[in-house]
Design a protein around this ligand. Structure first.
Ligand code: MG
Ligand code: MG
Length: 263
């Protein structure tokens, strides 16, 4: 889940032992997302995916962190097509040509993992597949910039630069969602700092060994402005363009960034 908030920052540094615990929580999330990626097909509902996720997380001895988070009713966010983030799983079947962003979080032994993937359903228009690719690539660029000695917004700038390296036909640009961003993660899903997905580098607090972050760009076809449905969760693009969302939780170590949400 992405988050947006403003207040004074308090950035935790985790010990190697704590990072190992976060890696275990992250593996639960990654294994669950693998199951969901395989299950997401035409005719399958997002409620079906939610059931698979909850079973997978609980079978690993973990707790779905989204369920009950500020009242969120499910274990995953299922965001289809023009839904950017925070989509609530329901009985609507996925259709050929859809894309779905699946965001998943788990708590194991008190430590959180948080990760999201965008999955094509059946045969998807090339420009929509490309949107997802550009978004994923920008997440990896952000992760690579998460190195000790750098500054927080080096990550933000790397994400934006990666997206901007992919111009659209006719001089159009991908939308970079500004209303939501990444975050610190640890014994809570959302900790300081907020991680913007755009802007100049070289600003904000210095990145240090032990800092753990969720890096999660959201990219749109068309303008990136969003609005929230009356359900108070579902975030859509105002212009109706498709959106992609990719996320990993990472730790900054002496040997560079380490992805925590991997199988
Ligand atoms: Mg997430
Ligand atoms: Mg998140």
């Amino acid at each position: 889940m992405p988050v947006f908030r403003k207040r004074q920052m308090r950035i935790e540094r985790k010990t190697p032992e704590q990072i190992e615990k976060m890696r275990r929580a992250g593996a639960v999330v990654a294994n669950t997302l693998e199951l969901l990626r395989e299950a997401a097909k035409p005719g399958v509902t997002t409620a079906d995916l939610d059931s698979i996720a909850e079973r997978s997380i609980r079978a690993a001895g973990a707790i779905p962190s989204f369920k009950g988070y500020h009242g969120f009713p499910a274990s995953i966010c299922a965001s289809v097509n023009d839904v950017v983030v925070h989509g609530i799983p329901d009985e609507t079947p996925l259709r050929d040509g859809d894309i779905i962003s699946i965001d998943c979080g788990a708590i194991l032994d008190g430590w959180h993992g948080d990760s999201a993937v965008t999955v094509p359903i059946g045969t998807v228009r090339p420009e929509v597949l490309e949107l997802s690719r550009v978004c994923e690539q920008s997440m990896w660029a952000g992760i690579e910039a998460a190195v000790a000695g750098g500054r927080l917004t080096d990550i933000s700038h790397a994400v934006e630069k990666s997206i901007r390296a992919n111009p659209l036909p006719g001089g159009a640009k991908y939308g970079i969602v500004e209303d939501y961003g990444g975050h610190g993660i640890g014994t809570e899903m959302h900790q300081d700092p907020h991680v913007l997905n755009y802007g100049p580098g070289g600003r904000g607090p210095r990145l240090e060994v032990g800092v753990c972050l969720a890096i999660e760009p959201m990219v749109t076809l068309g303008k990136p402005d969003t609005y929230t449905l009356p359900d108070e969760w579902t975030v859509k693009t105002t212009a109706g363009g498709h959106a992609a969302h990719w996320e990993h939780s990472i730790a900054i170590t002496e040997n560079g960034p380490v992805v925590l949400t991997r199988p």
